[in-house]
Structures are given as structure tokens and as C-alpha cells.
Design a protein around this ligand. Structure first.
Ligand code: ZN
Ligand code: ZN
Length: 249
């Protein structure tokens, strides 16, 4: 075991003992979903198990992976105006609705880093469900450079640390973000054009693999997924799979 790994594990052990100690004195939190009292993360054990860990693997769009309402195997958007063309497999885990939106918000904006561990567990179970390959390479979608300065931490990188040191996956930063502009003010078309130019292949990475899994927090228009998948394909990756924690309808 390398030093980095053992340091991370001992930090985890420390976190755990600290947490046990902490829960004895800490102010309890309220579950974002059912409002019951809970500790450490703003989600109670029951909601974590029944809501987050219960994943619907059936009846998904064969292009974007979102839950389907109709019997067709492709959703309306992917039939009429498909955005994702270069990804081979896309699986956004949960719909980004109601309290799930609050949960993601809490993770990203309130620095609730404990949620990284929870989300890594979800990603690991999805990887096990579809791939069952511990050696598969995971590629994080890089954050906007401005975002890092603003919030001080990169949630996806943090989640990937857990995937690496606790679950044993290999993480490779194959992508780099190059454009700093905020995207929220852009309309859909502008966003699609803009995102296409926002990422590039990280030339520091010389290794090429047949298959990777791209990880992101949320699938919205699919533009980020498409931009990243396209670059990876152009740089020799044969099969690009994508897993995101949430998707917006
Ligand atoms: Zn609850
Ligand atoms: Zn679709």
C-alpha cells in the first residue's frame, strides 16, 4: 500500500472515530428528505437506503440513460434532437427532483464533504452492476477553473478520491477544462457551442485505454458529456461510458 493510500485510510479511521465522538455532542441535523433527526450527513439512514441506494436500472433511454415514461426505448429529446453522440453508454443514477436537488446543493455549496463518501458508494454500486471490473479506468469531469477558486474544492475530485482509496479504482485526469466563462447565463444553443470548446485532452496523460468511465455530478443538456466523450474518442479511447449522480428532466 502506498503512503498516500494509507494516509487516506488513517484519515478515514480518524474521521470515523471523530464522527462517533462528534455525534455524542453535535447538534443533530435534519434529514433533507423526511426531516427526521440525523447526524453527520443531512440524510437519515432509512432515506439513504430506500431512496439513494435503491436504483432503477430498468426502462431507461438507450441514449441519455434517463428514466423513460413511454414504452419507446429512446426518450423524446434524444429522438428529436440528440445531443449525446460519442458516448457509448450513459447512466444518470437519480432524477434531480425535490430533496435530491437540495442534497446536491448542500454537497456543492455548503461544503458538506461527508456526502462525497455517500455518493462514492452509490457510484461504486452502479459500476459493480454494469461492469464488474475493478481495473476499469475512471475519468472525472474537471470543474470550471473559476469554480475551484470560488468554492475552494472540487466535489467530483473528492468523490473520486473515495473511489480510488476506498474502492480501489484507478482514476486518471484525462481531461482539462479550458474555458472560464460562467455558463448559467447562456441559452441552450449557446451552451452547446460553448461547452464544445471548454475541454481538452490532458497531454500530461500519455496512457490510452480501450474503455473508461466518465464521472460527473449531473447530466443536464448532455452537452458536457458529449464534449468530454468526443475528446476522449478523438484521443484513442474506444469505449466511453458515463455515470452521473443525477439528471435534470
Ligand atoms: Zn429521512
Ligand atoms: Zn434520452
Amino acid at each position: 500500500m502506498n503512503i498516500k493510500k494509507s494516509l487516506f485510510k488513517s484519515k478515514k479511521l480518524f474521521d470515523k472515530s471523530f464522527r462517533t465522538f462528534f455525534t455524542l455532542f453535535a447538534e443533530p441535523l435534519n434529514c433533507i428528505c423526511c426531516e427526521k433527526m440525523c447526524y453527520n450527513i443531512p440524510l437519515c439512514k432509512n432515506c439513504f437506503q430506500t431512496q439513494l441506494c435503491t436504483i432503477n436500472y430498468n426502462n431507461r433511454c438507450s441514449v441519455c440513460g434517463k428514466d423513460l415514461i413511454s414504452e419507446e426505448n429512446i426518450c423524446l429529446e434524444c429522438r428529436e434532437e440528440p445531443v449525446i453522440k460519442h458516448a457509448d453508454f450513459v447512466f444518470p443514477v437519480h432524477s434531480y427532483k425535490l430533496w435530491k436537488k437540495d442534497l446536491l446543493y448542500t454537497w456543492k455549496l455548503n461544503n458538506t464533504k461527508q456526502l462525497s463518501e455517500v455518493f462514492a458508494q452509490i457510484i461504486d454500486s452502479v459500476i459493480k452492476h454494469f461492469f464488474n471490473d475493478k481495473n476499469i479506468i475512471i475519468v472525472p469531469v474537471p470543474p470550471r477553473p473559476g469554480k475551484l477558486k470560488q468554492k475552494g474544492w472540487d466535489q467530483i475530485q473528492d468523490l473520486c478520491k473515495y473511489l480510488e482509496y476506498i474502492y480501489g479504482y484507478k482514476i486518471l485526469n484525462m481531461l482539462k477544462r479550458i474555458n472560464e466563462d460562467e455558463q448559467k447565463s447562456l441559452n441552450r444553443i449557446q451552451r452547446l457551442e460553448h461547452i464544445e470548446k471548454a475541454y481538452e485532452f490532458n497531454s500530461k496523460n500519455k496512457q490510452i485505454f480501450d474503455e473508461i468511465i466518465l464521472i460527473d455530478d449531473i447530466l443536464t443538456t448532455g452537452a458536457t458529456t458529449e464534449a468530454c466523450a468526443k475528446i476522449l474518442k478523438e484521443n484513442g479511447i474506444k469505449k466511453v461510458n458515463v455515470i452521473t449522480l443525477f439528471y435534470a428532466d
